[in-house]
Design a binder for this molecule. Structure first.
Ligand SMILES: [Zn+2]
Length: 222
């Protein structure tokens, strides 16, 4: 873990980043999230996504996936999924991932998590449980992703967030990717005192990931 720690400490310029995903209210305004065109980076992200989709429940639906790059106004948003196999990835993260391995792993975690939301059909499951949010539990709003203020966004429930992490870790295992890297990313969030929010509690995500990773190691996978 020493090596991983130093890896993440040296690459923490995207301070405070965490996975935020939301569900676009389909009957709102028809407004779309602003995207960025960057062919080389887009190709890299699509290739990364394709190998994850290939080991997911959606392995036969690769052609249905649309992956976009976006410069989210709120800089701690790494990625989001809005249903119908549409995923948005932070352009800043993707650019860094094409240059540095540490960010490539962060991108792979983000993609696995978002693909899991899609494969599980989370966006299609209405009536998501909403918490009573406190002052420090702000979810993602329309302005955070470059949408007009009158577009309503809905966050996935914390249960769905943890499920997406769990499924994402399964994809990593199938690809032979070390779950300790996944754990290391969340551990770094914690070390930077980034607690997440009510939808993405870093402590619960880290606790779950550690448990899954430990079971993988005991099972002789690593
Ligand atoms: Zn999520």
């Amino acid at each position: 873990m020493q090596k991983l720690n130093s890896l993440w400490q040296s690459s923490w310029t995207l301070c405070g980043l965490i996975l935020f995903e939301l569900l676009l209210n389909s009957c709102s305004t028809g407004a779309s999230i602003p995207t960025v065109s960057d062919d080389a980076v887009e190709l890299m992200v699509r290739n990364e996504a394709a190998q994850i989709i290939a080991v997911s429940e959606d392995r036969d639906r690769l052609s249905e996936y649309q992956i976009f790059l976006s410069d989210f106004p709120r800089k701690d948003i790494l990625g989001m999924s809005i249903g119908n196999h549409r995923i948005y990835i932070s352009h800043e993260l993707a650019k860094l991932a094409s240059k540095r391995m540490s960010y490539l792993w962060m991108l792979r975690q983000t993609l696995a998590h978002e693909i899991a939301h899609e494969a599980a059909g989370h966006a299609l499951q209405g009536g998501a449980t909403h918490l009573n949010l406190g002052l420090f539990a702000r979810g993602v709003s329309s302005g955070d992703v470059g949408l007009p203020w009158n577009v309503k966004l809905r966050n996935y429930s914390p249960e769905k967030e943890l499920e997406a992490d769990s499924m994402g870790l399964q994809y990593w295992q199938k690809l032979g990717w070390d779950c300790r890297i996944w754990v290391g990313i969340l551990k770094n969030f914690e070390e930077q005192n980034y607690a997440g929010d009510a939808y993405h509690p870093t402590d619960k995500r880290l606790q779950q990931a550690r448990g899954i990773c430990l079971r993988e190691e005991k099972g002789g996978v690593i």
